[in-house]
Design a protein around this ligand. Structure first.
Ligand code: SAM
Length: 278
């Protein structure tokens, strides 16, 4: 009999993904964790039955959320990844020779362990990585106490629910601004601009405009996320994030100089000034 995983993307929309085998399931202190081998997407991490990362398309998401700020910043040496326990973001950030220190601030150690044990393609850079420091704990609290410590901060969070909700607040972005060194940049996982998070995206982009000297948005195509489109708000204390200033690092499958520039060209209905709530 065929077995299916369902994600409820909105109260009236679900996606169904055919399961080959459930490789791992546990209830951690924070959430339900599943690693499923699927027919369409390969291995997939789901938290509380929401798809987080899949082998088919994770490169698109991880490359775009990390390499845009890392290729636009003057000299990124110190990088904070908020959330990101699967390791895909750390893998991409670690490709930059200029980066000497990567801190992964993940609340749930069980996500890190599940990824290490079941999906080496995500977690490859979580082991034997001399640049990496893993801090298990609430990143909201961690960021509160930082002052000009990071060149780039990447918020690779789960959806704005429960313990992740504060990662989508004005107060958190104010603390991120304080945690960034002069010239620093922040990018965040900004959800799908087609469905239920549209009003939140508009609100966040407004806050970025108030907090950061430069605030922009770009996008990428990631099929396993609701509607297949992800919007990424970016804030900068220095360079224009839309302009790549160095050659791309090696081993990429989505990011290029051309894609970097083109990803800031948004359809009219996604331009924040014109964005209306559906
Ligand atoms: N790429 C994914 C997406 O867009 O759905 C996100 C992947 S990553 C697995 C998200 C991680 O954020 C989860 O492992 C979750 O535990 C972590 N997280 C959520 N809230 C957090 C918080 N307040 N502090 C630190 N980590 C948090």
């Amino acid at each position: 009999m065929r077995e299916w995983f369902y994600e409820e993307q909105t109260p009236s929309t679900r996606i169904a993904v055919e399961i080959r085998k459930i490789l791992h399931e546990e209830q951690s202190q924070f959430q339900n964790i599943k690693i499923i081998d699927t027919i369409q997407f390969g291995r997939m991490l789901a938290l509380d039955d929401v798809i987080q990362v899949t082998e088919l398309d994770e490169f698109a998401y991880h490359e775009m959320l990390s390499h845009v700020p890392l290729h636009a910043h003057a000299n990124p040496e110190s990088v904070l990844v908020v959330g990101g326990g699967d390791g895909g973001m750390v893998r991409e950030v670690s490709k930059h020779d200029s980066v000497k220190r990567v801190v992964l601030a993940e609340i749930d150690e069980a996500v890190v362990n599940a990824s290490i044990n079941h999906v080496p393609s995500f977690s490859v850079a979580l082991k034997d990585n001399p640049k990496l420091e893993i801090r298990i704990g609430d990143a909201i609290e961690y960021v509160k106490n930082l002052h000009e410590e990071f060149d780039v901060i990447i918020v690779d969070s789960s959806d704005p629910v429960g313990f992740a909700e504060g990662l989508f607040s004005r107060e958190f972005y104010g603390n991120v601004h304080k945690a960034l060194r002069p010239g620093g940049m922040v990018t965040i996982q900004g959800e799908s601009p087609w469905y239920k998070y549209r009003p939140m995206i508009k609100r966040i982009c407004g806050w970025f405009g108030e907090i950061f000297p430069i605030s922009k948005q770009y996008w990428a195509n990631v099929p396993s996320y609701p509607s297949g489109v992800m919007l990424f708000p970016v804030g900068s204390k220095g360079n224009d994030p839309a302009i790549p200033i160095r050659e791309p690092v090696c081993g990429l499958r989505y990011y290029s100089k051309e894609i970097h520039k083109a990803s800031f060209v948004l359809p009219l209905h996604l331009q924040v000034e014109q964005m209306e709530e559906f």
